[in-house]
Design a protein around this ligand. Structure first.
Ligand code: COA
Length: 223
């Protein structure tokens, strides 16, 4: 993509994602816009092994925006960092398309791994303010990481994770029908509930029968 195309692209990302914006001109003041223009250049330099220059560009952007993106990180299209200050993205981080981060997010390492040591963030993930994602695992497609969480292990797709250490509090298990184009095997929540109730009923009946046996045994012994 040429420079003009890249600029247009980054401007439309900010406009789409921030409800507080009023005009295209405002985008030029956004830390996310500034840092992404610098990152795209730094990443090109990094790939050509111009490591010093790549670092020079990224550190300059970090001083101006408070967002530090290592030039080696791989970032897809539609990436947006709201507010931005205090964001750190490590060298071996991989980020898919349409990912949103808020201020204070770290995509970092634990210090215990070498080689690939930073997270892989799949498409459409949102990582909330102040969250720390540490290690070389994957955050599944469409997941949300809650504000202030510290995530230390793999997150399945379409999950919401909160807390320290982070744990899954919500999960959409089944793929949406429009994704699989499967219009016959649609989930049937009523039958699923009935199946669960039947299973519980069988378990309770078994336990009741055992209790009745025990009571009979005890009363026989007393007599
Ligand atoms: C994680 C998040 C996206 C979840 O949103 P949601 O799916 O609507 O979840 P809910 O609000 O229904 O909360 C579900 C449960 O998680 C808890 N929870 C939500 N966010 C939490 C967080 N960051 N840390 C700890 N617990 C959290 C809620 O208290 C609730 O608990 P309960 O079921 O015991 O009542 C959201 O809470 C969040 O953290 N947003 C932050 C966005 C942000 O960074 N904004 C900054 C703008 S400047």
């Amino acid at each position: 993509m040429g420079l003009i195309g890249r600029l247009k692209n980054e401007i439309s990302v900010v406009k789409e994602r921030d409800p507080a914006i009023h005009s295209s001109m405002e985008v030029l003041l956004y830390p996310s816009f500034k840092v992404m223009i610098s990152y795209r250049l730094a990443h090109k330099l990094y790939k050509k092994k111009h490591y010093f220059l790549a670092r020079f560009v990224s550190q300059r952007a970090a001083r101006k925006t408070g967002i530090e993106i290592h030039p080696g990180a791989v970032i897809g299209e539609g990436f947006f960092i709201d507010h931005g200050n205090g964001v750190v993205i490590g060298e071996t981080t991989e980020i898919g398309n349409n990912v949103t981060l808020y201020q204070g997010v770290t995509l970092g390492g634990t210090g215990k791994e070498s080689g690939k040591r930073h997270p892989t963030v799949c498409d459409n993930v949102m990582i909330s303010a102040g969250a720390k994602v540490l290690g070389s695992f994957t955050i599944g497609e469409g997941s949300k990481i809650g504000a202030g969480s510290v995530v230390l292990e793999e997150v399945p797709p379409r999950s919401t994770v909160v807390g320290v250490p982070g744990h899954v509090i919500k999960r959409e298990d089944a793929a949406a029908p429009w994704e699989t184009l499967d219009q016959t095997d649609l989930p049937d929540p009523v039958s699923e509930d009935i199946a669960v109730l039947k299973k519980e009923n069988t378990e309770l009946t078994t336990r009741l029968l055992k209790l009745e046996d025990k009571v009979r045994e005890l009363s026989n012994k007393k007599q």
